[in-house]
Design a protein around this ligand. Structure first.
Ligand code: 3PG
Length: 306
C-alpha cells in the first residue's frame, strides 16, 4: 500500500515526520509531494497511490482518473469543497475529513483579524476595543464554538445562528441564539463566518444581508471566499464607509478591493488559518490514523461521501 501526502501548502516538518511514522509502522510505503506548481505533477504522483492525504489541494475527476489504485482520500482539515465527491463515490473512493483537528488555529486567527480591524490595521490612530462589542457567529461548528469561547474571554457579547445545531446546545455555552440569519446580521457589530462552501451557501453572503449590519460593521471571513457575493460586498463598501472586511482568503478581485478600500479591507497573503504546527500535527496525524484504520479495519468514521 502506498500513501501519498500531496500538499501545495506543506505541513510543518514535524507533522510530516509523524505522519511518516504512522505509515511506516503500518508497513505501508510513504510518498511526499510538496509545493507542486503544476497539476501534472499531482497526476503523476497519484498514479500508483492507494491512499492520499491532502489539504486544500483540488482532487478532481481527472486526478482520480489518474489514480487507478486510489481507495481513500483524507482531507487533513475541515472543508472538503476541494474534492469532487460525486466522482469519488462513482469510483468507490472513500473521502474523509478530520473535523475539529485544526479548529483552534482558525479560531485564534479569526480573533486576531478582529483585533487587527478594530485597531484600524495598526495605522496609529485610536481604534476600538472588542470588549463589550457584539459578535455574531455564523455557523456554530468546531471553529465557531471556539471563536465564541475566545471572544467571551475578550468580554464580547456572543450570539450565533446555526440551523443545523440544536438551540439548547448553543445556549449551553452561554451564547445567544438567533432564529434567522437576518437577525444575526442586524444585531451584531462583528460577524465571523464559519459556513462551508457548497451549492446552498455560495454567494449567500450578499449585499442585502451585509447591509443589515449596524454602523461600524465588520465581517471576518476565515471560511471560504466562495460564500461571498463579491459584487455585493464591493457595492456595500462603496456605499458605506463605516464597513470593514477582513479575510484569510483573498477575494478573486482582491486588487479591486485593496485599490479602493485598503483602509477598510485586509487579506492575509496566503490562507493562514490552519497554518500552525499544532494544527498541522493534529490534522496530519488524524488523517494518517484514519487511513490505517480504514485500510486495516474498514473503519469509515469521518467519511463525507456516504
Ligand atoms: C480547512 O477547511 O480545514 C481549512 O480551511 C484549512 O485549510 P488548509 O489545510 O488548506 O490550510
Amino acid at each position: 500500500m502506498k500513501v501519498l501526502v500531496a500538499t501545495v501548502k506543506p505541513f510543518a516538518a514535524e507533522a510530516v515526520e509523524k505522519i511518516k511514522g504512522i505509515i511506516d509502522a503500518a508497513g505501508y510505503e510513504f510518498a511526499l509531494l510538496e509545493k507542486y506548481e503544476d497539476n501534472s505533477q499531482l497526476l503523476e504522483a497519484v498514479a500508483d497511490a492507494d491512499a492520499l492525504i491532502i489539504r486544500s489541494d483540488k482532487i478532481t475527476r481527472e486526478v482520480m482518473d489518474s489514480a487507478k489504485n486510489l481507495k481513500i482520500v483524507v482531507r487533513a482539515g475541515a472543508g472538503y469543497d476541494n474534492v469532487d465527491l460525486e466522482a469519488a463515490s462513482e469510483k468507490g473512493i472513500v473521502v474523509m475529513n478530520t473535523p475539529g483537528q485544526n479548529s483552534n488555529a482558525v479560531a485564534e486567527l479569526a480573533l486576531g483579524l478582529m483585533v487587527y480591524a478594530a485597531r484600524g490595521f495598526f495605522n496609529g490612530k485610536p481604534g476600538t476595543e472588542l470588549k463589550g462589542k457584539t459578535l455574531g457567529i455564523h455557523a456554530y461548528g468546531n471553529v465557531g464554538r471556539l471563536v465564541g469561547r475566545i471572544a467571551k474571554g475578550f468580554g464580547m457579547e456572543v450570539s450565533a445562528y446555526d440551523p443545523f445545531i440544536a438551540k439548547e446546545t448553543i445556549e449551553a455555552d452561554g451564547v445567544k441564539v438567533y432564529d434567522s440569519v437576518e437577525e444575526l446580521y442586524s444585531n451584531n457589530m462583528y460577524i465571523s463566518l464559519h459556513i462551508p462552501a457548497n451549492d446552498k451557501t455560495k454567494k449567500s453572503i450578499n449585499y442585502d444581508l451585509l447591509n443589515k449590519m449596524p454602523k461600524g460593521g465588520t465581517l471576518i471571513n476565515t471560511a471560504r471566499k466562495e460564500v461571498i457575493d463579491e459584487e455585493g460586498l464591493l457595492q456595500l463598501l462603496r456605499e458605506r464607509n463605516d464597513f470593514k472586511y477582513v479575510s484569510d482568503i483573498a477575494p478573486d478581485n482582491a486588487e479591486l478591493f485593496l485599490e479602493k478600500f485598503n483602509e477598510r479591507c485586509y487579506f492575509t497573503p496566503k490562507k493562514m488559518g490552519a497554518q500552525t504546527a499544532e494544527a498541522n500535527i493534529n490534522a496530519g496525524l488524524a488523517a494518517a490514523n484514519q487511513i490505517v484504520n480504514f485500510l486495516e479495519k474498514g473503519d469509515t468514521t469521518f467519511q463525507v461521501n456516504k
